[in-house]
Design a binder for this molecule. Structure first.
Ligand SMILES: O=c1ccn([C@@H]2O[C@H](COP(=O)(O)O)[C@@H](O)[C@H]2O)c(=O)[nH]1
Length: 238
């Protein structure tokens, strides 16, 4: 997990994924399969990508009653992904059920996937949280609260913005994973993201892994773009 750059495969189907991955050749990557791709292609897309040696973050953000999340995670565990997630807003009991489901579905002798909780989506602003979610505290406080809840539930880390990573690590310890989307180069379009940060900022904030989607997937030269992102993220020439 440490210092990974996870590419968000926000594509509609496997043909688009194959076209995107073609220029990377045999390079083994850390790939995120989210709702768009999974709902179209189902579990077989995960199996296909794993057979090619890629690590997988299955980003389905489960949020339901504990019993349902238990059953869903038990099934998802059989895909043997590296990382899965839930929404912390589902509560501590739901997060514990997610872990129990993962353990129940993981074959004996295998390590269960890491499980992390979304705190506040990186597309959420302070104003939106206060006015729409009616949470009358600062966004940073809300993120820290959800991170503590996730830690108490036994989860391995959280999804947050790079801006919150230092305070989360201060509160929960450095081994608690912070996975951060909303990463942009200075010149990139922010789009629908609200809490954005550059890869350099994320590195200096001790972020465990960054998630990069459109800046790479919509690039005219994705393999070259990936190299540039890796340089910016790691701070060295690969
Ligand atoms: O809080 C969150 C949780 C998940 N995401 C996901 O990350 C990528 C970001 O894509 P970009 O194109 O780099 O903006 C996308 O798949 C989201 O579903 C997030 O952005 N924020």
């Amino acid at each position: 997990m440490d210092n990974s750059l996870i590419i968000a495969l926000d594509f509609a189907n496997r043909s688009e994924v194959a076209r995107f991955l073609e220029p990377f050749g045999d390079r083994e990557l850390f790939l995120k399969v989210g709702m768009e791709l999974f709902y179209q292609e189902g579990p077989s897309i995960v199996q296909l990508l794993k057979e090619k040696g890629h690590q997988i973050f299955l980003d389905l953000k489960l949020h339901d009653i504990p019993n349902t999340v238990f059953g869903a995670m038990k099934g998802l565990a059989q895909l043997e992904c590296d990382l899965v997630n839930v929404h912390a807003a589902g509560g501590k009991e739901m997060m514990q059920a997610a872990l129990e489901g993962l353990s129940a579905g993981t074959a004996s002798g295998r390590k269960r996937p890491n499980c992390i909780a979304v705190t506040q989506l990186t597309s959420t602003s302070q104003e939106q949280m206060n006015k729409e979610q009616l949470i009358p505290i600062t966004l940073n406080e809300s993120v820290l609260h959800y991170a503590s809840l996730a830690k108490d539930a036994g989860l391995d880390g959280v999804v947050c913005s790079a801006w919150e990573s230092v305070s989360i690590h201060d509160n929960t310890g450095n081994s608690f994973i912070t996975v951060c989307p909303g990463i942009r180069m200075e010149s990139d379009h922010v789009g629908d993201q609200k809490r954005v940060a550059t890869p350099e900022f994320a590195r200096n904030a001790g972020v465990s892994a960054i998630v990069v989607g459109r800046a790479i997937t919509r690039s005219a030269d994705p393999a070259n773009s990936y190299e540039q992102w890796m340089e910016a993220w790691k701070g060295v020439h690969q």
